[in-house]
Design a binder for this molecule. Sequence first.
Ligand code: MD3
Ligand code: FE
Length: 203
Amino acid sequence: SRESMAEGATLLRGFALSLEGQILPGLRSVIAEAPFRHMVTPGGYTMSVAMTNCGAAGWVTDRSGYRYDRLDPESGKPWPPLPSSFLDLAIAAATEAGYPDFRPDACLINRYEPGARLSLHQDKDERDFSHPIVSVSLGLPATFQFGGPNRTDPIRKYALRHGDVVVWGGPSRLFYHGVTELKDGEHETLGRMRINLTFRRAR
Ligand code: MD3
Ligand code: FE
């Protein structure tokens, strides 16, 4: 199904389910090369969400700031390439939402364990905001918060479940968003966690 969440934001419920059999092995191979880690914000806080990346550019944060980097700072090596199953899923979802030319060069992988959260923020470290972002939810369900272009805009909440894909383009690309504390539970394939893949064109 295809639902509009805001101008430019399209929710594709269950879109990743048919590709799960290729996505999960791809995820395992990326994590084997670039394990999840808890990064530190410029303000000195350790994030409750653990992260890793694949693709030509990876999103990183440390005391010196937020940026995209070609290299994994933990290994000093390039991030693992985007598995072909990841690229296929991102392009298919973007096409379904009206962005047939989307070619991601970065995939940030977020891992939420019970209690982890992501406070309200905008994604603005990318070079060109005319490219959409594609996000894929896997594992435990989460409450996603979605506001507007200003931090004080009213917030709506959505449940994002295993297999849901959202494409964020147009005006929604710069809207404030976050994820509330993950509730404990057990997912049949992923266990006690939620994984979110966000595909971006960083450069
Ligand atoms: C709306 N991740 O990695 S995915 C992030 O569930 C991030 O892990 C959340 O926010 C997560 O930056 C939310 C949905 C999402 C991703 C990017 C967006 C929503 C967005 C960019 C602009 C507007
Ligand atoms: Fe974000």
